[in-house]
Design a protein around this ligand. Structure first.
Ligand code: 0RA
Length: 664
């Protein structure tokens, strides 16, 4: 899970310029027109112009090389963050074709130039179909060119090195041309290398500095999904130098082991299988159970994480439920009188990867992260049914453990239902049904209503004075809420703080959770800026992630940012959000002599301060919580909140330098 401030598409103000360039001609005008829409509305092509959009540029280029690897022509991809702020992606594939177009609007240009300057260029070169990208991003590398201030492409083919450079906005500086022989580098005789420098005028809001951890996470997933592919990351930026290589001979088997590494596997074996058909559909599935209580089924389509699931995941789930029940009946572990296990019982503690590849994936849903291609359901279902039935027969000890765990989960499910009914009866008795501690807002319109979850009763009192009672509700919670990562749902339901939270939000919980019933469309964690505060924030986010995931995916969950420092300018008090804000403040006012107060808790602020810095929509900044990479978020959640103290310590030590990405 990560936070990303949502940035609107910012129209760029720069106009095509022909000054100082003797080569400027008709060709350039056409190119600028061609890529102009991208610069006008970058958000439409890369999602945002914040950090997420910036990293999209890398994924877009890497996807092309991964396609070349998937086609079987490339086994190594390098990603280098260059010392001067650029990013180079190189591969040892066939090299993008450089031969000139014989006719048509692009006559005379190399195929590679067309790929880099024409939006959605997915044409056929030399009779061979060239799919630009299988990705969700799939917008084409020309978008990267359009949003860069400079881009260099180098292609090695038949012993020659071809070169072309582009200036800001994708403007070619000369033609694609041979500049020499292919440098004899480590056995690489063919390949493509694209180096780009993102345009700071486009990424003005959050800057153009790539975050190594974001890149590494994604590259590691790509390496898991493409068995054997070697992905080499190098950071050459001053103070940040590092190299890391990902290569997994086991592919998805290694992936589930990695995800389960911080948990206790139910057994050491991994059930895995692959399949493909004549329509070019492929599947690659691996699963392993752990002793925990959550399911983590992670779907991918053409290497893109489908966090909202879709047809492939549906097919997998349906098959899993039926095949395990069938097995349990056949072996008489489930007796005649017993009811079938539900899917959720069987999936308790399951970590699975369902990766499919297909032509023309359709991405649907709120965040375009749900696979819509209907034939995928039966394709995955059929293969899973057959292959898992075999696996269960061949591995009776493991199969038995899976069924036993499902039975235990079914018992807990019944117990939880009883606990839920008890809560329902209790709320029915207490009139309106809302927790006593909740100070609700008067609006009944969820779209405009906000729920502040405030740490501690005293801060709750201040927040109460600071709120706009029409649209802002306050729920103070005391101390540390139960750590839901270590408790099964039936135990969790007995916790008072959790009960108050569930009742206040009004959308139920677990399998009865219905995001459309949420009474607020902003649920805001308001915690102190200290260690305890961040612990409580993590606990809250774990709860939302595990029990109300839809709400996180719908973008309803936020983190309030109370300031960390205050100081005085003249007679006026100025608040600064964090160390970066303090540094900016000092850079602007080198002669500032007043002291900085470090604000320890919400309790130290009076209500006017809390209102203007943290709660008033016109002056506050909220962080929206998003799930970019569910598999990784799941793993990090387990590491941070689970039982394994050792891996938690490792994670925190190895990520301590990159704390700004640890802010969930
Ligand atoms: C289509 C045909 C050929 C190469 C590629 C695509 C290609 C594209 C990319 C993008 C990044 N790296 C790439 N490597 C190769 C070549 C066909 C031929 O040589 O016969």
């Amino acid at each position: 899970m990560s936070t990303d401030t949502t940035a609107p598409a910012t129209p760029s103000s720069d106009q095509p310029s022909n000054s100082g360039n003797a080569d400027y001609g008709a060709k350039d005008i056409q190119v600028l027109e061609g890529l102009d829409p991208v610069r006008k509305r970058p958000g439409m092509y890369i999602g945002s112009t914040g950090l997420a959009g910036l990293h999209h540029l890398i994924w877009e280029v890497v996807d092309n090389s991964v396609d070349e690897a998937m086609a079987g022509y490339c086994d190594r991809i390098g990603i280098t963050l260059t010392a001067d702020g650029g990013c180079r992606v190189d591969d040892n594939g066939r090299g993008i074709p450089v031969d000139p177009y014989p006719s048509g609007p692009h006559k005379g240009k190399s195929a590679a130039e067309v790929v880099l300057t024409v939006l959605h260029a997915g044409g056929k070169f030399g009779g061979e179909g060239y799919k630009v990208s299988g990705g969700l991003h799939g917008v084409g590398v020309s978008v990267v060119n359009a949003l860069s201030e400079r881009l260099i492409i180098e292609i090695d083919r038949e012993g020659k090195r071809w070169f072309q450079e582009y200036a800001k906005g994708g403007k070619p500086q000369g033609n694609m041309a041979i500049v020499g022989d292919t440098p004899l580098a480590a056995g690489r005789t063919r390949g493509t290398s694209v180096t780009f420098w993102p345009d700071p005028t486009i990424f003005a809001a959050e800057g153009t500095e790539f975050v190594a951890r974001t890149v590494l996470e994604r590259l590691q997933t790509m390496a898991f999904l493409n068995k054997g592919l070697e992905i080499v990351f190098a950071d050459e930026r001053p103070e940040k130098q590092q190299t890391q290589t990902f290569q997994y001979k086991g592919g998805l088997v290694d992936f589930v082991k990695h995800l389960n590494a911080s948990k206790e596997p139910l057994f050491s074996k991994v059930c895995a299988f692959e399949d493909d058909d004549e329509d070019g559909q492929m599947l690659d599935i691996a699963m392993q159970w752990n002793t925990g209580y959550y399911e983590g089924i992670h779907g991918y389509a053409n290497g893109i994480s489908t966090i909202e699931g879709g047809m492939h995941v549906e097919g997998f789930r349906a098959a899993l439920t039926s095949v395990v029940n069938k097995y349990a009946r056949a072996k008489n572990i489930l007796k005649e009188k017993d009811e079938n296990l539900l899917g959720e019982d069987i999936r308790e503690g399951l970590t699975a990867i369902v990766s499919v590849k297909l032509r023309e994936p359709q991405f649907e849903g709120q965040t375009k992260a749900k696979l819509g291609n209907v034939p995928m359901r039966s394709f995955v279902q059929k293969a899973t049914n057959e292959r898992m039935a075999e696996w269960l027969e061949e591995n009776p000890a493991e199969a038995n453990k899976i069924v036993k765990k499902g039975l235990a989960a079914a018992q807990a499910r019944v117990a939880a239902k009883n606990a839920r009914n008890a809560i329902r009866r209790k709320t029915a008795l207490s009139g309106a049904g809302m927790p006593d501690k909740l100070k609700d807002c008067s609006s009944k319109n969820a779209d405009e209503s906000e729920l502040f979850i405030v740490e501690g009763d005293s801060a709750g009192g201040t927040a109460l004075d600071a709120r706009d009672p029409r649209v802002q509700a306050i729920l103070p919670i005391r101390g540390k809420i139960l750590n839901v990562e270590r408790a099964r749902i039936d135990k969790m339901m007995k916790n008072n703080e959790i009960q108050a939270l569930i009742t206040a939000i009004g959308a139920g919980v677990g399998d009865e959770y219905d995001v459309s019933k949420a009474r607020y469309h902003k649920i805001i964690a308001l915690c102190d800026a200290d260690v305890d505060g961040s612990h409580i924030r993590t606990l809250l986010l774990t709860f939302f992630f595990r029990q109300m995931r839809d709400m996180v995916e719908a973008g309803y969950v936020y983190i309030a940012q109370p300031p960390l420092y205050s100081t005085e300018v003249g007679k006026e008090k100025v608040y600064l959000k964090d160390d970066a804000a303090k540094a900016r403040f000092l850079a602007d006012r080198p002669n500032h002599k007043k002291e900085f107060q470090r604000l320890k808790g919400l309790g130290e602020m009076d209500w006017e301060e809390l209102k203007s810095t943290t709660m008033d929509p016109s002056t506050r900044t909220l962080l929206q919580v998003t799930v970019d990479e569910a598999a990784e978020a799941d793993m990090i959640m387990s590491v941070l909140m689970g039982d394994d103290v050792e891996s938690r310590r490792d994670f925190i030590t190895s990520n301590a330098r990159d704390v700004r990405n640890l802010d969930f």
